[in-house]
Design a protein around this ligand. Structure first.
Ligand code: MG
Length: 165
């Protein structure tokens, strides 16, 4: 079975020109500079690189789902990821169609389970990098074997061989 490195997007691998997150347009995305060299190590070691991003701004009408899809796809291209999943729902949203509890909204594990089915992943031998307690809870709920906060992960950096016993 394949192994994945799951990545939160906003505040973990990307920011924007203005610093306001999430990005509304692909051309506003700024990749954090410590990210690409570390991801290259994990890609070379055979890990699938998979984004998992809450885009609750859609549920509040800050931007449309088309924008969330476009910025997700742009981030996949900029970082040469294998795939990314986004969740446009938020239970307290103001746009009725998106104002629901959804199993894909982190910390619920839906996006990891979908990715596991799509890519044949061994979640226990996979890892997750994020910047929030919500990301950590997501990893735990999904049974992802390791969780790292982004500064620790990209700062050290953590290497694929560090996961081996
Ligand atoms: Mg984040």
């Amino acid at each position: 079975m394949a192994r994945a490195l799951f990545l939160d997007f906003d505040g973990t691998v990307r920011t924007t020109i203005s610093g306001k997150l999430p990005p509304k347009r692909p051309e506003r995305i700024v990749i954090l500079s410590d990210v690409p060299p570390v991801l290259a190590l994990w890609r070379e070691a055979g890990y699938l690189l998979i984004g998992v991003t809450n885009q609750g701004g859609v549920a509040f009408g800050f931007h449309g789902e088309a924008e969330a899809r476009a910025t997700t796809q742009a981030t996949v291209r900029l970082l040469n990821l294998h795939a990314a999943y986004y969740c446009p729902y938020h239970p307290e949203g103001t746009v009725r169609a998106y104002a629901i509890h959804h199993p894909n909204r982190k910390p619920a594990p839906g996006m990891a389970f979908t990715a596991a089915l799509d890519w044949g992943l061994d979640l226990l031998r996979s890892a997750m990098v994020g910047d929030s307690a919500e990301d950590e809870a997501f990893a735990q709920a999904a049974g992802i074997g390791r969780y790292y906060y982004r500064d620790q992960f990209f700062g050290q950096p953590v290497r694929p061989e560090d996961l081996e016993p």
